[in-house]
Structure formats: C-alpha cells, structure tokens
Design a protein. Structure first.
Length: 404
C-alpha cells in the first residue's frame, strides 16, 4: 500500500525498503510482480508512477531482485540488455536508480555498466557511477578511478578521490598528486584535503612529498589536514615552513530594523522564510545578494532525504556547486550559534571544513539535534510546511523574492 501513497517520499521509501528485502530473499520477487513491476520488462510500471524520483527507486528494487540469478543469459542478463536500450531515454533520477540496482549484481555484470557510465553527460550520474564502481575490489576499477582523477570536472574528480580513500594503496600516489596540483576553482579544496588523506593512508612515509608542500596551501583546512596526517606518521612540522596569511578585507553589511522575510517560490508552491541577520549576518547577506542576482532561479532540489532534509540551490545541479556573492571560488565562515534545528530550519550545507559554506541551502523536515552546533542556521520556515513535505528530487526553485 505504501508504494501507492499520495506522498512521493513515502512511495520512494517503500520501494527502497522493498529493494533491500528482495535482495535478501529471492522468493519476494513474486510480490514485486504483484505490485506492478516486472524486472524482465524494466519500466513497465512507469505509466502508473509520475515521479522520476520514485521510478528510480522502483528500477533499483527491480534490479536488486535479480541478485540471485546466476544463470548466463538468464533474467539478469536479459534485463541488463533492456537497460541498455532504455537508459538514454531515462531521467537523471531513473538512471541513478538503475546504477544503484546494477551495483547490487556481481562484478562481471555490474562493472561494464558502471565503468561505461563514468562519462555520462550528466555529472551527477557520472559521479554516482564512480562512487558505486569504487565499492568493487578489482584492478580495472582502480585503473578507471586513476583515469577519473584527470577528468576536467571537479565533481567527478572528487568522486574518484573519495572512492580511492576507502581502499588506497601505493599505486595511487602519482595520480592523486597530479590531481591535487591540477585541481582549482569551486570544489578544489575538498578534493585536495581528501587526496592528502588518501595518500597518507595508502602510501605511509611515501606521502611526504605531497604532505609537506600542502603545509603552505592557501586553504587553512587543507593545511590543517596536512599537519594532522604528518603527525599520524610521527613527523614534526619542518621549521622552514612559512604559512601564508590572507589579508583581512572589511565587509560592510546592511542594517536591518526587522528580520527579512523571503518567499522561495518552488515548482510545488511557496516557502515563506524568516531570516536571522543578527545571528548569521554573513549568511543572510550572502543569501539575499545571490537571490537579488537571480542565482537561485531554475536551480533544483537535488537532494531530498525523507523525514530529514531538502537541499537545493546548486548551480551545478548535482550537489557539488558552491561559491558566495564574492565569487565561485569563495566560501563562508561558519556562524554557528545556540539556536537549535527544528522543523523548517534553514541551514547552510558544507563539507568537512566548517568554513566551506556557499550558495546552497537546506530545510529540515523535523528537529535534527545531530546538526545542532555543527551547521549554521540562518532562517526558519514560517509558511509552506505542506510544500516542504511535498518536495522531491528534481523539483525546482523558480524564484527567491524578498517581501520584507
């Protein structure tokens, strides 16, 4: 019944749970058929499901059900052949669902599909393919990840670095070193500090030629990671290291007599949000300035975790875009205060670096105490809670309008 619920988040969660159960128990496949999905004819249920986000979970469940089929030329092979004919016509979320389902199969069936999709024209899909391929322990996977480190897109490079970080070895040093040196622009710092960790973990003492120069990196967090990894190896910081100091540039921020109110107009309706400039002045200024420049217009909600968070506002549309009103290569220092996350809190996404906030936003579906004291809160939803609950991946931000 949950697969037919009115709310897309509920339907997706139901299919995700069903996929896990099908992977564990082949006898449940008959129940999947009874619910309207035939894995042999992937996509047959599409006319009954309007949401690409939910269809992605359906396809993943259907493919997971085939994990028990080991017969050459059997249902699993027939389904993969069908996937190849349908794949190019699928939406981003459908393709990602297919890849996650394929990754549940054995390496001989899964890897040709995953490796081929590294160069999917949609960087979000390519990044997922890289992430999933990295879960397989095979020489050809490591070779493919090394090649991906040289891709021109920082999002794909980051996916490759984080995949290697799980199982690094000495052969990763030169590809990671080249990636570290050549990565610039939006997202480069996250690539660099993860590359340092992967090199130190996989190469030990041989990581020294990369860790020491990183002590003078322009990013404070990259420098911090370099110091931490050297300390783990038992090394002191060389005495001749000169840490760069960026000039402090004063910022004039506007004065507000009352908390600003904005309408975030989405394809599902309007979210009315009160901003907190006293508590997070930089974040509020950044958000309002970007909104005035129409930065958010047409960007999607690229990440929705039911009963947790909806995240959007990324110009790249895949979760890897950042930047501030100052430029794409800039980031915001955190402004974490005593306020707690409640239903409808407006927060700032970041990576492991606490001072890596940018242009994206997220809204919480409920109180989330594990975020308290870790992520900046700079606003709170006042109207449109039904809209928040209805958001799904792929829905868009139409406009952001200041109304007070």
């Amino acid at each position: 019944a949950a697969t037919r619920h009115a709310n897309a988040s509920v339907r997706r969660c139901a299919w995700e749970a069903l996929g896990v159960a099908l992977e564990k128990d082949a006898s449940l496949y008959a129940k999947l058929q009874a619910l309207g999905v035939e894995a042999r004819a992937l996509g047959s249920a599409s006319p009954q499901e309007s949401s690409p986000w939910v269809r992605g979970a359906m396809y993943e469940a259907g493919l997971r059900s085939l994990v028990h089929d080991k017969v050459e030329g059997g249902v699993a092979d027939q389904t993969l052949e069908l996937v190849g004919t349908l794949y190019s016509r699928m939406s981003r979320e459908e393709r990602i669902g297919v890849l996650r389902g394929v990754a549940a199969l054995d390496a001989e069936r899964a890897l040709p599909v995953l490796l081929e999709c590294f160069k999917d024209p949609d960087f979000a899909v390519g990044g997922v393919a890289i992430e999933l391929a990295g879960t397989f322990d095979a020489p050809r996977v490591r070779e493919a990840l090394h090649a991906a480190l040289a891709f021109g897109d920082n999002g794909l490079r980051l996916a490759a670095v984080t995949a290697l970080l799980e199982k690094p070895d000495a052969s990763d040093f030169e590809p990671l070193q080249r990636c570290f040196v050549r990565s610039n622009g939006d997202g480069a710092n996250e690539i660099r500090f993860n590359a340092l960790r992967a090199v130190a973990k996989g190469c030990g003492e041989s990581a020294w030629p990369l860790l020491v120069p990183a002590l003078t990196d322009a990013s404070p967090f990259v420098r911090r990671v370099a110091r931490e990894e050297l300390a783990k190896l038992g090394h002191d910081i060389p005495a001749d290291v000169v840490v760069p100091h960026a000039p402090v540039v004063p910022i004039e921020l506007p004065h507000f007599t009352a908390n600003p109110i904005v309408d975030v107009v989405t394809s599902r309706g309007t979210l009315r949000i009160e901003l907190f400039p006293t508590e997070a002045p930089l974040h509020v200024h950044n958000f309002l300035t970007l909104a005035a420049r129409d930065h958010y217009d047409g960007t999607p909600w690229h990440r929705v975790v039911p009963d947790f968070v909806a995240q959007g506002g990324d110009y790249r549309r895949d979760g890897n875009g950042g930047g501030t009103w100052r430029g794409r290569g800039e980031a915001l220092r955190h402004e974490i205060g005593p306020r707690k996350y409640v239903r409808g809190s407006l927060g700032m996404p970041r990576n492991e670096d606490p001072d890596s906030g940018g242009s994206q936003i997220f809204l919480t579906h409920r109180a989330t105490p594990h975020l308290d004291g870790r992520y900046t809160i700079f606003g709170e939803l006042r109207e449109g809670f039904d809209v928040l609950d209805s958001l799904e991946v792929g829905d868009g931000i139409v406009d952001v309008v200041r109304v007070r």
